[in-house]
Design a protein around this ligand. Sequence first.
Ligand code: ADP
Ligand code: MG
Length: 636
Amino acid sequence: MEERGSPDGDPARSLEQGPEGPETPIQVVLRVRPMSAAELRRGEQSALHCSGTRTLQVSPPGGGPDVAFRFGAVLDAARTQEDVFRACGVRRLGELALRGFSCTVFTFGQTGSGKTYTLTGPPPQGEGVPVPHNLAGIMQRTFAWLLDRVQHLSAPVTLRASYLEIYNEQVRDLLSVGSPRPLPVRWSKTRGFYVEQLRVVEFGSLGSLMELLQMGLSRRRSSAHTLNQASSRSHALLTLYISRQTVSVPTWGRSWPRATQQGSASGCRKRLGHALEVPPGEPPMGGKLCFVDLAGSEKVAATGSRGELMLEANSINRSLLALGHCISLLLDPQRKQSHIPFRDSKLTKLLADSLGGRGVTLMVACVSPSAQCLPETLSTLRYASRAQRVTTRPQAPKSPKQPQRLEIEILQLQEENRCLRSQLGQIDPKASRLSGARVAWAQRNLYGMLQEFMLENERLRKENSQLQSSRDRARDEQRILAQQVQELERRLLCACSDHQPHPGPAPQCPCVMAPAPPCHALPPLCSCPCHSLCPLCRAPLAHWACARGEHHLPQVFGPKAPGGMPLSAQPPPWAPPCNPGSAKCPRERSPSDWTQTRVLAEMLTEEEVVPSAPPLPMGPPNTSPVLRGCVLRGDL
Ligand code: ADP
Ligand code: MG
């Protein structure tokens, strides 16, 4: 006995496995439909026998040796629709789609072999009449399972659907608002092949999705011929887009409507959760689960197709041939690396990712048991056997959290950036402006933007810390100068107390004695709130003699800075530049001011004690200067 097909182990195990490893084979299951009433009437015999759950034996009518084919699962005529749903592994694909993978289920086989029945059940009995629950196909059962699954997820999910058919090599939108019109298939580096302007409808309930399915099924082209009273004349692709989000992310000023196309079908807007908004025309990000109901290959002679039906049949056969050719090439390890002619038909373009790309694919091969159909059945079985040796490289999806995390990080960095800029006080236009090339690079992806912000923030941080350290240095200098002033003042007061007169009538304070001008007459008076008084006569002090106003005294006693200007007289580095006309600019000292200052400074450096007043009037020789009314304040 000759046996063909996949030799690997337990189908259940392989179906439950994730897409580990670099390559994953296309999973193939076989469904054998029961003999139809017409076939039985004609007395046709079954040529197929199932052996176990994975092997199908074919007995050629001429008598030769049986041929066996092995698949992931073989589901014979006795298996119900529910059995098929449970055994085919579509739930595994659903799980993978929820995790962000792009998954495809497609039925394949001769016309009338039960492809549409397997996917969607028997044809509807009338307008709006739903398929009986027990006969519902893989699609309805998957929809119910998926929506139930989504309800139990912790993260909110948004679901959308599109539905198209390829009829006579034209793509038509089955969910379009008006009558379906041909849509172009385009290619882009990031998206691969895609249908432009395809309507993608958001839905939030099983009922809404079923409505969409019914709408598409009723608009899909089908005709009656000898082998099938409701033969699909087009390939139909229904795609579910699954977007999982944990938080909503601002879109930097851009906004677009929530529906990804012109609008949503009524009653389909109930959202399951909050989602990242998608710009119009863009496919939603995240996982995909696509159901492909291929039109069956047909021998025009056997189906009796004429006229339009024959044209349709030719077009169907051509696209199926292109599909078979691509699968053959994909099987050849040498050819796989080279060109695969996916562009030969719309069907192969739209299945390119599922067959040779990054998708996860399940093929449900359907056959008729009748010995009359054996040539087509053998062809289908060979085709399916080969398909299960085709591998794809499912790409681990970017975790939906990852771009989100990056976006949040970018927002945080932007905020930090703003703070740093405001701390700097002024933005250096040169530094903040990114070069054109870097901007272009940064715009290319989130990582680029993130890196760009990190670099800029690093630069701003450095600039800020430099500024802070120079401010700290200036503060230290100011503190030292203030200490020097206090020290000088202390010495001055000590000197005053040393010269305190003997008890007796208090002499008049020298600051009010003629002919020297009184100390408080020194313009201008201190404007700071200290209101310092002359320690001798308690008259208000001149502003330069104020002990508390740190800004005044250092200008008098500060050490010399390079360039001859007293260091303390220099404006602090953080101070705004001095405008000579400005009221805030310190008054320029008159020569007399500087004379007094210099004298005072010289006396202090010679350890002389000098009152904070003009020179004392000279008395008779050998008489000490008479001080009168000097009551020293304890706090001075
Ligand atoms: P295809 O889509 O492959 O051309 P269909 O799915 O339209 O074929 O099936 C052709 C006919 O066979 C339909 O009337 C359908 O109801 C019937 N049929 C197919 N498969 C089964 C099955 N497993 N059980 C009962 N009837 C079936
Ligand atoms: Mg069909």
